[in-house]
Design a protein around this ligand. Structure first.
Ligand SMILES: [Zn+2]
Length: 333
């Protein structure tokens, strides 16, 4: 075969381009019309992400995601300020919030941190935790301990299925102050404008475990078991807890709802959300914890940061910035 020289090649391309322009009618460059029925419909899968921490295996499990109308939910910042921050992040309200739960396999214990929303948000909105556990080879009965960061529906809802304990063999560790607030019979119709749904759903989620005698209330800082420390961080709720898990010189801290909206509350940590039981206390606690975490360079995991929600909090020119952990998808790590 004889190769064309460079000039001949260029000429051939020019001629063919001109020819195409002449014979191609203008409407032919429009995007092809695809019948809707022929589009493949599928959902993002698989919703589990493995992270090796010392000798422990941590798995971030997606319980689903929910849209959040930030104009209605955020407090302490003007709508235009919020919109500017969202625009910087190529977002607009409503934004989609992840609901992450975390599984820790220590070799002797199977521990969950939070349990997602269960069936409380309705079909399509959360409630995927049990299926995701199944996907990685676990059944609910194997879970030995559950660390609840706080008693909100998207963290405790997955504790129950059809009114029964979904994790019948697990001990539930939860802040005593949250139990006192959310299970108090006097609060079941709401407190100071804080919606009654929080209290009623908390009662529905926790009562089966109260009956089983499987609730272990926490007060103050406490070593729950070797390598797992509970640290009180009240504000978002009165009994909000961080859990620091350590193995072979590595650690990760599960920081619960000290952050809801990455693009807004990292640059402006003083902005709060209506879910905070005590807005000023929530903002103050966030300021203290972000400063400490950034200084320490600690690895954190959060339920509402974009899935898988594991990374670092760095000081930024304005406020803070979230740095996602590197992505692993190969054998052996
Ligand atoms: Zn919450």
């Amino acid at each position: 075969m004889k190769l064309k020289n460079n000039y001949q090649s260029k000429l051939a391309i020019l001629i063919s381009t001109l020819f195409l322009q002449i014979i191609t009618p203008s409407f032919a460059i429009a995007e092809p019309v695809v019948e809707k029925e022929t589009l493949v419909k599928y959902q993002t899968q698989p919703g589990f992400y493995r992270y090796k921490l010392g000798n422990y295996e941590i798995t971030s499990l997606s319980d689903g995601s929910v849209p959040q109308d930030l104009h209605a939910l955020l407090k302490g910042g003007s709508q235009s300020e919020v919109d500017q921050l969202l625009t910087k992040a190529h977002l607009q309200s409503p934004v989609e919030a992840s609901i992450n739960a975390f599984l820790i396999n220590t070799g002797t214990k199977i521990i969950l941190v939070d349990t997602g929303a269960g069936g409380f948000f309705g079909p399509g909105y959360g409630g995927k935790l049990i299926e995701r556990l199944k996907n990685i080879g676990y059944v609910a009965d194997q879970v030995t301990d559950i660390l609840i960061t706080h008693v909100h529906t998207d963290h405790t809802g997955g504790l129950v299925k059809d009114g029964q304990a979904a994790f019948p063999n697990a001990t539930i560790y939860v802040g005593k102050a949250d139990l006192d607030f959310f299970l108090n019979v006097k609060n079941q119709n709401g407190v100071n404008g804080y919606d009654k749904a929080y209290f009623q759903q908390a009662t529905a989620a926790l009562t089966p475990y109260v009956k089983l005698g499987h609730i272990s209330p926490i007060s103050g800082s406490k070593l729950l078991f070797p390598g797992v420390n509970a640290m009180p961080t009240p504000g978002h709720t009165p009994g909000h807890y961080f859990y620091k898990v350590e193995s072979a010189g590595k650690s990760i801290t599960f920081i619960g709802d000290s952050i809801h909206v990455e693009s807004v509350q990292f640059p402006k940590p003083e902005i709060t959300i209506t879910y905070d039981v005590d807005q000023p206390a929530a903002a103050k606690q966030r300021a203290i914890q972000f400063e400490r975490i950034a200084k320490e360079g600690s690895l954190i995991a959060a339920p509402h940061l974009p899935y898988p929600g594991i990374g670092y909090i760095n000081q930024a020119t304005v406020g803070y910035k979230f740095i996602r952990t590197e992505y692993h998808d190969r054998e052996g790590i």
